[in-house]
Design a protein around this ligand. Structure first.
Ligand SMILES: O=C(O)[C@H](O)[C@@H](O)[C@H](O)[C@H](O)COP(=O)(O)O
Length: 266
């Protein structure tokens, strides 16, 4: 039986998108807390941290369903650049500036899992990737040895070439089957040295969401959702592996005139 396809949501503006993204993230939070009293999520860089901040820092309606419980969040990075944590290219710094530093104390403080800053100068980012994998192992497999970590939620962006995390088109990392975290030494987009979650980890998550907005995304979205043309595009591989666990949060300019297999309703 064919796997049901990803869901696509399209909103008229950033406000409407942020409102529904908030509801989606908090639904995932509440389900995760009910399962294991912690919410483990991975986030990307790009415009995502700002959108997430818009969503999560909005006033709550006061109900338990609509309340972020940041004390119970374990935040990881879907990908990270091999730069100091206070560098302007650091995804950690971006998240900190956009979201973490603005969370009111009464909402709690998330635990944030950064890369090991002692290894950012290494010529080969493999050690950095291995250490981040160890960090995941400590967090996900404290007692049992698990084959793959199961994130409660992974929040992704999509580049104009269809890359997601630091998984770029045509790169051999797309074929990685065993490692949880991969190293990229020569990224086509600067900075060149990065680490990234691998495809098996991304598609193993309970929920996976892309946020892609603006007319500049239209052409790549058309290709990603074209089953023939999109086949080898990294974001399309997430769609294929994740199926109905994947949701796309877009705005009207990003999908104007593009047809999709399944439009969702929230
Ligand atoms: O490391 C990177 O190269 C960027 O972080 C990148 O992966 C980004 O997430 C996408 O290009 C989407 O960017 P936007 O969210 O800004 O569209």
């Amino acid at each position: 039986m064919a796997t049901p396809p990803p869901k696509l949501f399209s909103f008229p503006d950033a406000e409407a998108l942020a409102q529904q993204l908030r509801a989606y993230v908090l639904r995932n939070q509440n389900a995760a807390l009910a399962r294991h009293d912690t919410f483990r999520l991975a986030v990307s860089g790009g415009s995502l941290p700002a959108t997430l901040a818009k969503a999560l820092l909005a006033p709550s309606d006061g109900s338990p369903e609509d309340s972020p419980q940041f004390d119970k969040w374990d935040i990881f990075f879907a990908d990270e650049r091999a730069v100091p944590l206070d560098h302007e290219d650091s995804n950690y710094r971006l998240l900190k500036d956009e979201l973490l530093s603005k969370i009111p104390a009464e909402l709690g403080t998330p635990t944030v899992h950064t890369i090991d800053a002692n290894h950012i100068q290494d010529d080969d980012p493999q050690e950095l990737a291995d250490l981040y994998q160890d960090e995941l192992m400590r967090s996900f497999a404290a007692k049992d040895s698990v084959k793959l970590p199961v994130f409660d939620l992974i929040l992704l962006g999509c580049g104009p070439d269809g890359h997601t995390c630091s998984l770029f088109p045509g790169h051999e990392l797309l074929r990685e089957k065993d490692a949880w975290v991969g190293a990229e030494s020569n990224s086509p987009k600067p900075p060149p040295k990065r680490i990234t979650l691998t495809l098996p980890v991304v598609t193993h998550a309970i929920s996976i969401a892309f946020v892609a907005t603006g007319a500049g995304k239209k052409e790549i979205l058309r290709k990603i959702f074209d089953l023939e043309e999109g086949r080898s595009i990294p974001s399309a591989l997430v769609n294929e592996g994740g199926g109905e666990k994947v949701s796309w949060f877009t705005d009207h300019p990003a999908v104007d005139g593009v047809s999709f297999p399944r439009r969702g309703s929230l």
